[in-house]
Design a protein around this ligand. Structure first.
Ligand code: CAA
Length: 241
């Protein structure tokens, strides 16, 4: 029977590429989205992948949504915590609201996504937890105190989950994308992107969402069973840990 994969934020950007790749690899995929009904409908029409709408920042909504996915598709074997937002501002201008929105979605959202599937994975003695962190959680980033805190937090989460899940056949790993050509990165002012950021990437280009999806597909596979608590950095040589 096909394994079931849940991808949060799975209808756009990096998440869209992950959903498509996992489907191509034979998984039964469920993709969540937060608000853009039109993009989700177009995504389902194009791919046949079922989408579910809930806010990952809301624990009860996540738990109920996950119960629905499992009722529709079966127990979740692979969970990809990908949903994330930016609210960039230099620290002296960052508002408590900008801090809170990013923490609630990007960090608490990972807890809310993984916690409801964890007991089932433990019971079945198999699971793959993959968290999409960021190069900016590794190196920090101008105007991203909030975002960098969440993405560094992701690495603490997977290293701890790895230790708890290992004996139950569960792996927990992170992918740290560099700057990938998605809406999120294209929202950076063009001058900053072209004159500050791209020159810092030795590869001389933004990454493709599919380049991140391939990392996720590997971590989800049986081949990656002994890789646990690790991070794959895919950033065009912009930063080394
Ligand atoms: N590095 C260094 N300097 C930067 C910078 C950066 N990445 N981004 C902006 N600056 C500089 C500007 O050039 C400008 O300098 P000058 O005053 O000398 O012209 C100054 O910071 C802007 O200061 P302001 O107080 O005017 O800033 P603002 O309130 O208008 O905010 C901004 C602008 C939000 C910082 C905007 O420039 C921005 O969005 N910058 C990009 C931040 C960024 O890189 N975010 C990453 C998004 S991608 C992502 O998050 C995905 C991932 O995981 C990789």
């Amino acid at each position: 029977m096909a394994r079931v994969a849940l991808v949060t934020g799975g209808s756009r950007g990096i998440g869209e590429a992950i959903s498509k790749r996992l489907k191509a690899d034979g998984y039964e995929v469920a993709a969540t989205y937060a608000g853009n009904d039109e993009a989700a409908a177009a995504f389902t029409k194009e791919t046949g992948i079922k989408t579910y709408k809930w806010n990952v920042a809301d624990y009860d909504a996540s738990k109920a949504g996950i119960e629905q996915v499992e009722a529709d598709l079966g127990p979740i074997d692979v969970v990809v915590a990908n949903a994330g937002i930016t609210r960039d501002a230099p620290f002296h201008k960052m508002t408590p609201q900008q801090w809170k929105e990013v923490i609630d979605t990007n960090l608490t959202g990972v807890f809310n996504t993984v916690h409801p599937v964890w007991p089932g994975m433990r019971g079945r003695k198999f699971g793959r937890v993959i968290v999409i962190s960021s190069i900016n959680g590794q190196k920090g980033q101008f105007a991203q105190v909030n975002y960098a805190a969440t993405k560094a937090g992701d690495l603490g989460i997977i290293k701890s989950l790895a230790q708890e899940g290992a004996r139950a056949g569960i792996t927990a790993n992170a992918v740290c994308p560099g700057y990938i050509g998605t809406e999120m990165v294209r929202a950076i002012p063009e001058k900053v992107l072209n004159e500050v950021i791209i020159p810092q990437i030795p590869a001389g280009r933004l990454g493709e969402p599919e380049e991140i999806a391939r990392c996720v597909a590997f971590l989800a596979s049986d081949d990656a069973g002994f890789i646990n608590g690790s991070t794959i950095s895919a950033n065009g040589a912009q930063f080394f840990v």
